[in-house]
Design a protein around this ligand. Structure first.
Ligand code: ZN
Length: 85
């Protein structure tokens, strides 16, 4: 079981998110490289949160919507949305 601690970059709300099953479902895409996973608003706090995940399923960085939109597109070719439980 993989537990990721998600921390909102805007309001700093922190929550343990167990996303093992969801990540495994996305494994094929993740194994191609760095991916951005969207945590929908309402799940941790009222902000959508974007996690940069590497091949080892570790969080490399966390982005707000605004910061993500300032990145060049080629830096985040895959944006995956986690479905709610
Ligand atoms: Zn927040």
């Amino acid at each position: 079981m993989r537990r990721l601690v998600v921390r909102c970059p805007i309001c700093h709300t922190q929550k343990n998110e167990i996303v093992d099953d969801e990540l495994l479902r996305l494994r094929k895409t993740i194994e191609r490289g760095i991916v951005i996973i969207k945590i929908s608003k309402g799940r941790v706090c009222e902000h959508p949160i974007y996690l940069e995940i590497d091949r080892n399923f570790s969080i490399r960085d966390t982005y707000s919507q605004e910061r993500l939109s300032n990145l060049p597109k080629e830096q985040y070719p895959h944006i995956l949305e986690l479905k709610a439980y």
